[in-house]
Design a protein around this ligand. Structure first.
Ligand SMILES: C[S@@+](CC[C@H](N)C(=O)[O-])C[C@H]1O[C@@H](n2cnc3c(N)ncnc32)[C@H](O)[C@@H]1O
Length: 240
């Protein structure tokens, strides 16, 4: 697999980021995990201001999508913040979004009624074969364990057509220490709360770009490239 630019700078200072993260983990150590859909349902009113830090990333997204993409799937489309930027640049493209949260989906449909919506868990929902020119996602997949990503990336690879691309703008770990720390805390919290293995809960467990590339390679992608990073949200593009 061709790997490009995976040493991109994700955080201005790894030291400062890790210091802040450790402080936050200490502060929140007794806060219970919340079920994924309800986590976003109850935060819908504060959602736009919360995501404003990534305005630049949202505005950047359209330029990374192949201009001739006609059929696009958005995983974890939420209330449509990335689609707000992408749809006007792709007036003849058919968009499908998958999300769990009723409140987020209703907000998206109020702005973009033309988007095909699937309210489902993207880990379980079948995407089909050779359908999409691009699969995109913004700040959703960092809630998944490596094993869950492995299965998801295989489905993404299969649903893309021969020239297809997968573009994920997401939270990636800036170092191995961040990845290991968050995976360990997540595991401890799940054990403490006796959560069943398939319970989807909100907690950030980002992987490093190298570990993402390993999973993409094992799913059959032939190249993987980090494109740019914006306030901790980094674009990773994989090609079939
Ligand atoms: C941080 S929000 C991002 C939403 C949107 N992409 C944006 O940037 O505004 C993450 C979204 O992923 C959705 N999500 C998380 N896990 C999911 C899953 N397993 N299946 C479908 N949607 C999921 C959540 O419901 C939520 O709307």
């Amino acid at each position: 697999m061709i790997r490009t630019n995976l040493d991109i700078r994700i955080r201005d200072s790894i030291e400062d980021h890790m210091f802040g993260l450790k402080w936050w983990l200490k502060e929140t150590k007794d806060v219970p995990l919340e079920e994924m859909a309800s986590f976003f349902d109850v935060r819908i009113d504060d959602y736009v201001p919360h995501m404003e830090r990534w305005d630049e990333a949202y505005r950047t997204f359209p330029k990374y999508i192949p201009p001739d993409a006609r059929v696009i799937l958005d995983l974890g489309c939420g209330s449509g913040l990335e689609l707000d930027q992408i749809i006007p640049c792709f007036p003849n493209t058919d968009f499908t979004g998958i999300d769990l949260s009723t409140a987020m989906i209703n907000e998206l449909l109020s702005k973009h009624p033309e988007v095909n919506i699937i309210q489902a868990d993207y880990l379980k929902y079948p995407f089909g074969e050779n359908i999409y020119d691009a699969v995109i996602s913004f700040e959703s997949l960092h809630h998944l364990l490596p094993k869950q990503k492995q299965g998801l990336y295989k489905k993404i690879r299969s649903c893309l057509n021969g020239n297809g691309v997968f573009i994920n703008c997401d939270y990636y770990a800036c170092c191995d220490e961040e990845e290991t720390l968050l995976l360990n805390v997540y595991d401890e919290k799940r054990k403490k709360e006796h959560l069943p293995t398939d319970a989807l809960v909100h907690f950030d467990i980002p992987l490093t770009l190298e570990h993402e590339a390993d999973l993409l390679e094992s799913a059959g992608f032939t190249s993987c490239s980090a494109l740019s990073s914006h306030s901790g949200a980094c674009f990773l593009k994989a090609t079939v």
